[in-house]
Design a protein around this ligand. Structure first.
Ligand code: SF4
Ligand code: SF4
Length: 111
C-alpha cells in the first residue's frame, strides 16, 4: 500500500471509509484471489453470512467480480464502507494502491 508521507495505516483505513467511501471495493471491478486465499475467503463469507460468488481459475486462483454481488460491492464491505476482514484482507487489497493515484485520497491529493 502506498500512502502519502506521514499518513499512518490507521489513518489510511479511516480515510478509505470516511473520505473515499471505499471506491476501490466496489463498481465494475474484479478482485483476483491467490489460490491460498480462496478457502479463507469462503470461510469469512460463511462466518459473516455474506453471499460470495467466486469464479475459479484452472491454476487455483479465483476472481471475485463485484458486479456479481449486491449493489456491485465487495461482499466483505459493511454498510459504513468498512472492510469486515481488514486485518485478513487479500494480498491485492493490501498492495493497493502501489503508487500515487489521482482520486485515491490516501495516496494522492489529485482528484
Ligand atoms: S481508492 Fe484509495 S482511498 Fe479509496 S478506498 Fe481505495 S485505497 Fe482507500
Ligand atoms: S476484501 Fe475488503 S479491502 Fe478487499 S475489496 Fe473487499 S472490502 Fe475491499
Amino acid at each position: 500500500m502506498f500512502r502519502k508521507p506521514g499518513l499512518s495505516v490507521l489513518e489510511a483505513q479511516r480515510l478509505c471509509r470516511d473520505a473515499c467511501g471505499a471506491l476501490c471495493c466496489q463498481g465494475p471491478q474484479v478482485l483476483v484471489l491467490d489460490a491460498h486465499e480462496v478457502a479463507p475467503m469462503r470461510d469469512h463469507a460463511a462466518r459473516l453470512e455474506a453471499e460470495l460468488v467466486l469464479h475459479t481459475h484452472p491454476d487455483g486462483r479465483a476472481s471475485l467480480r463485484f458486479p456479481d454481488h449486491e449493489d456491485d460491492r465487495c461482499p466483505m464491505l459493511d454498510d459504513t464502507d468498512a472492510c469486515r476482514i481488514y486485518d485478513a484482507r487479500p494480498t491485492r487489497c493490501r498492495a493497493f494502491p502501489e503508487g500515487p493515484r489521482p482520486g485515491c485520497v490516501i495516496s494522492s491529493d489529485e482528484t
